[in-house]
Design a protein around this ligand. Structure first.
Ligand SMILES: Cc1cc2nc3c(=O)[nH]c(=O)nc-3n(C[C@H](O)[C@H](O)[C@H](O)COP(=O)(O)OP(=O)(O)OC[C@H]3O[C@@H](n4cnc5c(N)ncnc54)[C@H](O)[C@@H]3O)c2cc1C
Length: 400
């Protein structure tokens, strides 16, 4: 059976929800297909307990609904979920849960997208959605990435990706190695140390580290001053607060944090207390792993070795678009990220769009969602019902 909907959106994370809300505001019927049994599954099921939005709330609003004024500047995970739940209700967003999109291709016969879905709550029953417009919102962080490490398969301890880490409750007094010094790695190391684990962290290369307040100041100043000038101030603030950390294994990159980020280099890390613990010697820093020997011994590139019970890989994520999107070449590279750079990354050919792939977090998502909805609005006449009422029509279509 084929179900026809003007716009199909794959993924009910912030990007899919924001796009659906913008379309609803323009009375364009749309349907969100989500593989999980809830929306915002990354935030609900694949992040750690103590997580707060890393950026201040005024840089994280989704379109048409600012965060409530009584929310703190740095919104905790639970409040962010509350905000997203309200967002779904307020904009009457239509989501089909437990729908794993298996493939999507452009049918040359009628120029429409065929989106093939398995309903995982109904014995994998197959459904086919037909749409003129297809929005890929399946996320840059769709799947945890664990790098190849020599000897990992024989490791006698436990290893996991950070998307499976909630807290360190069961890790008291264990020797835990966190691999990666991005936001997740540094925060998880700090959390483990709070839970009484003997914590170490692998820092492979140079990294910028700032408090979230410094990042807030920097992002605000970027509106008024040149990036290079703001970078200088950022470095000054970081050096005043932390001093030279190279003796502890934390070396700053030569280029400033915002310039580096713009060039696609490492994102500056937001320190929530890990750097202080490193300084006190409570968290040890190691360089890259060279191999894992039999048992639990890990060797590092500087020749040191040590035994660990648990390894937590905070080594990033992969986009999984190419696993299901067949006609992708116009828009996506072979790594599942868009070919065109920001700000032209969101639009492909034949009604194909992507939201949430600019590596600019929630601010980037808001940008994409509004542009996609406006673009679809200009090239469609499927309109007429106000706001979420348009989706009522979609739901009725599904029920029949
Ligand atoms: C730990 C962490 C902290 C972050 N903190 C911030 C922050 O403070 N500020 C900020 O601006 N950004 C932050 N980000 C970055 C970014 O804003 C978030 O990752 C955000 O959730 C991205 O939204 P998204 O909708 O693009 O992707 P996701 O949230 O990953 O949502 C994608 C959805 O698509 C679904 N999906 C995937 N494949 C399929 C398929 N084949 N079929 C059906 N459904 C599918 C997934 O189940 C998921 O629900 C953070 C990211 C992480 C990982």
């Amino acid at each position: 059976m084929e179900i026809e909907v003007p716009v199909v959106i794959v993924g009910a994370g912030p990007a899919g929800l924001a796009t659906a809300a913008c379309l609803n505001k323009l009375s364009i019927p749309n349907l969100v297909l989500e593989r999980d049994d809830c929306h915002a599954s990354l935030w609900r099921k694949r992040t750690y307990d103590r997580l707060k939005l890393h950026l201040a709330k005024n840089f994280c609003n989704l379109p048409h609904m600012p965060f409530p004024s009584d929310f703190p500047t740095f919104v905790p995970r639970i409040d962010f979920l509350r905000y997203l739940d309200n967002y779904v209700t307020h904009f009457k967003i239509s989501i089909q849960y437990n729908r794993n999109v298996e493939s999507a291709y452009l049918d040359d016969n009628d120029g429409k997208w065929r989106v093939v879905v398995k309903d995982t709550a109904s014995n994998d029953a197959v459904e086919v959605y037909v749409s003129k417009f297809l929005v890929v919102a399946s996320g840059e962080n769709s799947e945890g990435y664990v790098p190849w490490v020599e000897g990992l398969e024989g490791f006698q301890g436990e290893y996991l990706h950070c998307s499976n880490y909630l807290n360190g409750r069961d890790m008291y007094a264990k020797n835990v190695l966190v691999v990666g010094c991005g936001n997740s790695g540094m925060e998880i190391a700090y959390d483990l140390s709070n839970w009484g684990a003997n914590t170490s962290i692998v820092v492979r290369g140079p990294v910028h580290f700032f408090t979230k307040e410094m990042i807030y100041v920097g992002m605000t100043l970027l509106k008024y001053f040149k990036m290079e000038s703001v970078d200088k101030l950022m470095l000054l603030m970081s050096k005043l607060k932390y001093g030279d950390m190279s003796q502890y294994g934390l070396v700053r990159p030569k280029e400033g944090p915002f310039v580096l980020k713009k060039k696609g280099g490492t994102t500056p890390t937001i320190d929530v207390g890990c750097v202080g613990r490193i300084k006190k010697g409570e968290i040890k820093v190691y360089p890259a792993i060279s191999s894992i020997r039999e048992g639990k011994t890990i060797e590092f590139e500087d020749g040191r070795d040590s035994e660990f019970d648990i390894i937590i890989f905070a080594t990033g994520y992969n986009s999984t678009v190419l696993k299901w999107l067949k006609d992708y070449r116009e828009l996506f590279n072979d790594d599942g990220m868009p070919k065109p750079g920001f700000p032209n990354h969101w639009k492909g050919e034949n009604g194909l769009y992507c939201a949430g792939f600019s590596r600019r977090g929630l601010d980037g998502i808001a940008f994409d969602a509004q542009r996609i909805a406006n673009d679809i609005s200009m090239s469609t006449s499927t309109r007429g019902l106000p706001g979420g009422e348009a989706n009522f029509a979609c739901r009725k279509l599904l029920e029949n």
